[in-house]
Design a protein around this ligand. Structure first.
Ligand SMILES: O=C(O)CCC(=O)C(=O)O
Length: 265
């Protein structure tokens, strides 16, 4: 069944839940056939583009967390259909309450068998974007039980400023974990059913556990921003890198409207 061409109604309750908690998990966004098809297509791209040669034991925490392959939509027409799909873009706009969304970039995040944790972090530390209306669709390409390292969220933690200046790594895992405990936010750790997709905002803190299974945890992610989002003056070197890589040519104070940032849907 072609779910991706159909709308996915977002109820006022679901939108309110997202606005309050800055994450949401939605079931049956993709049909089993779509998951199977895009798993095959995206896995082939990851295999083709992967340059990681080190054994897991020889890598640092960040590189143990996943194989990370970016902007597959620019290289494969089939992936482009997925990343530009109406359904995913409509969910992203409805949750954020904006008219349209643009692509910031996509990334496949494949946590290998025996792959390590993804440390606590907030994504927007990396992004020179002037709005909080940013959202990531985290799309597992199989059912994802707890042992495989599904995405975990600290509900409502977008309210916390501490940790927003930490890049992902050993230090962010320790410091953010400690601070979230003190603040007592709910730590949501749940499996994902086949076809289930989560959406989280740029400032909500999240992490993932290690992959303790002997299977790859295959995940595709799409980062969207409000179509009206503007480029801000970068606040750190990672944001300068992002500007040069994901929206080269965009101008500070102007809408991020480069060839790499089309309106999705
Ligand atoms: O897939 C993971 O392990 C982490 C994903 C993540 O942090 C994100 O998509 O923002």
């Amino acid at each position: 069944m072609n779910n991706l061409a159909q709308p996915y109604p977002i109820s006022p309750e679901a939108k309110a839940f997202y606005q309050e908690n800055n994450y949401i998990k939605l079931k049956q966004v993709l049909s089993p056939e779509e998951v199977a098809h895009f798993s095959e297509v995206i896995s082939a791209e990851v295999q083709r583009k992967n340059t990681q040669e080190k054994l897991i034991e020889e890598r640092d925490t960040y590189s143990k967390a996943f194989l990370q392959i970016f902007n597959l939509w620019t290289e494969s027409e089939e992936v482009k259909k997925f990343v530009m799909s109406k359904r995913l873009a409509q969910i992203a706009s409805d949750l954020m309450g904006c008219e349209q969304v643009r692509i910031y970039h996509d990334q496949a995040l494949f946590k290998e068998a025996g792959g390590g944790i993804t440390p606590w972090h907030a994504d927007q530390y990396y992004w020179p974007i002037d709005t909080n209306n940013t959202i990531t669709a985290w799309i597992p390409l199989q059912a994802t039980p707890l042992e495989m390292g599904p995405l975990e969220f600290s509900a409502k933690s977008q309210q916390i400023v501490f940790g927003r200046d930490l890049q992902i790594g050993d230090d962010s895992e320790v410091q953010i974990k400690q601070n979230l405990r003190v603040n007592n936010f709910e730590h949501v750790i749940e499996a994902f059913d086949l076809g289930e997709v989560s959406f989280h905002s740029g400032w909500v803190f999240h992490r993932a556990g290690a992959n303790q299974t002997d299977q790859m945890r295959k995940v595709m992610t799409i980062i969207y921003m409000d179509a009206k989002a503007k480029l801000m003056n970068p606040k750190n070197d990672n944001q300068i890198h992002d500007w040069n890589t994901w929206c080269p040519g965009a101008k500070i104070g102007e809408v991020i409207d480069t060839e790499l940032n089309p309106i999705a849907g």
